[in-house]
Design a protein around this ligand. Structure first.
Ligand SMILES: [Ca+2]
Length: 196
């Protein structure tokens, strides 16, 4: 068994050869063994539906049931690997599909709309065809999004409860109570003060 020191992220090729320590003569080398080392898998999730179209941060609420996940790679995947997308709903994790890879960038858009509710999305590089989230080569961090394709118009009456003014007074933030229709959503209005 050979255990290398800390290996660098990227593509590696290993070859083994038997060497006579006394003479330095070497036998025939083995065939090349290719493998990749990944240390990070960044993911961006984009909402391209409705009036608010933006990258979705953790716990974002979105009206896009088919948000696009994308990212870049430090090295091309091996032919034995794929980049899979996993979705966890109510604690149950399932593989949504595999990303389209173009050079060192990848993207994935769900073919079937995600159901309304909470989804924990994660990308992973793994053996081609695997659906075992426990056996990935590397997994991205997870991002929770809340799909709400029928948000409707808020019907609550609101009151201005506090007023915050930034140090440079470019924005004034009015915070309303009660909270908006979704408890995780705080209604905010930003007033741009031109000329300040
Ligand atoms: Ca949107």
């Amino acid at each position: 068994m050979f255990k290398p020191g800390k290996a660098v992220e990227g593509a590696h090729q290993l070859t083994a050869v038997v060497e006579n320590l006394a003479t330095g003569l070497q036998g025939s080398p083995s065939s090349v063994y290719n493998f990749n080392i990944y240390t990070a898998l960044p993911v961006t999730i984009m909402d391209d539906v409705g009036s608010s179209q933006t990258a979705l941060v953790n716990n974002a609420i979105t009206d896009d049931a088919t948000p696009t996940l994308s990212g870049s790679l430090i090295t091309g995947l091996l032919s034995s690997e794929e980049l899979a997308i996993y979705d966890t709903v109510n604690g149950v994790t399932s593989k949504l599909g595999t990303a389209i890879i173009n050079g060192l960038t990848w993207s994935y858009t769900p073919e079937v709309a995600l159901a309304d509710g909470s989804h924990v999305l994660m990308a992973a590089i793994q053996a081609r065809g695997s659906s075992d989230v426990a056996k990935t080569h590397i997994a991205s961090s997870s991002t929770t999004i809340v799909v709400d394709t029928n948000p409707g118009v808020p019907s609550q009456a609101v009151n201005i409860s506090t007023l915050e003014m930034g140090a440079k007074a470019r924005y004034i933030m009015l915070r309303f109570s009660p909270k908006a229709r979704s408890e995780s959503l705080i209604a905010r209005i930003y007033l741009r003060l031109w000329g300040l």
